[in-house]
Design a protein around this ligand. Structure first.
Ligand SMILES: Nc1ncnc2c1ncn2[C@@H]1O[C@H](COP(=O)(O)OP(=O)(O)OP(=O)(O)O)[C@@H](O)[C@H]1O
Ligand SMILES: [Mg+2]
Length: 242
């Protein structure tokens, strides 16, 4: 069982050439459960997840994950999942390579993870031949198989049909209940409403708002959050609020 590690970003700056993409981003994601990261295209959501996962290094500022020295096991489901040219099962097993499991334990975990995303029947198929949505489910299976303390997801249901989306949302709820801290980027505000405990809104590389889901979606305080949320509203139960 894991304990949800806090994630703290302090004045984080990330630049590409002369362009500042993340601009003194401050956020304290300290409550357990599911935190949604929302905001318009290009706001810096994917870059922020990559910074948190240590795939990118900030030009300045600090990112702290967890408390003390305990190792925080992280897993990342990318916006465009990358599979290697091997079986679906092998792609899931890759996520388990540094856990020190026996082969038998590893195989059992792989099969359980594939079953959770309804891909057990495709275990031996080449992962690259799965459809886009199936690959997204496979990426989630790979991420969940390692029982991460921190799970970062970049639009994990963007290509999924409603039934598969419901399955994934159920798995994310289950993971959060089991103690995994979930950080979810999504443009689907209905999904954010269903899943998230709190919402962090990014705009032009800055955190413009952070609060409980209901409050942020129904009564956003910042002009940027209001502008973004209002356009998405027909799909949420908050339409009447505006
Ligand atoms: N390596 C890079 N080189 C140049 N520009 C980059 C690079 N990485 C990110 N950017 C730019 O930084 C900005 C933020 O990108 P990011 O992918 O984080 O946006 P996002 O909030 O995830 O948007 P979306 O909702 O479209 O996924 C974008 O304008 C993007 O073009
Ligand atoms: Mg993105």
């Amino acid at each position: 069982m894991s304990i949800a590690p806090p994630v703290r970003l302090d004045e984080v700056v990330y630049r590409v050439g002369a362009r500042t993409i993340i601009d003194r981003l401050d956020a304290a994601i300290t409550a357990p459960g599911i935190t949604a990261l929302i905001g318009p295209n290009g706001a810096g959501k994917s870059v922020t997840l990559r910074l948190i996962d240590n795939l990118l290094l900030p030009a300045s500022g600090t990112i702290r994950i967890g408390t003390g020295r305990a190792h925080v096991r992280r897993a990342f489901v990318f916006q465009r999942p990358a599979m290697i040219r091997a079986s679906a099962a092998y792609n899931v097993a890759l996520g388990l390579s540094d856990l020190g499991l026996t082969r038998r334990e590893r195989d059992a975990r792989v099969r359980a993870a594939l079953a959770r995303v309804d891909l057990l029947a495709r275990a031996d198929d080449p992962a690259t031949k799965l459809s886009g949505g199936e690959q997204q489910r496979l990426a989630l299976a790979r991420a969940l198989a390692s029982a991460p303390h921190l799970l970062l997801l970049d639009e994990p249901t963007a290509n999924l049909d409603p039934a598969a989306t419901e399955v994934i949302e159920g798995l994310l709820r289950e993971a959060a209940r089991a103690g995994t801290k979930v950080l979810l980027v999504s443009h689907n505000l209905g999904q954010v409403d269903r899943l998230a405990d709190d919402v962090l809104v990014l705009s032009e590389g800055r955190a413009v708002e952070h609060g409980p889901t209901r409050q942020v979606l129904s009564a956003p305080r910042s002009a940027e959050a209001r502008a973004y949320i209002k356009r998405e509203l027909p799909w949420t139960s908050y339409a009447a609020a505006f």
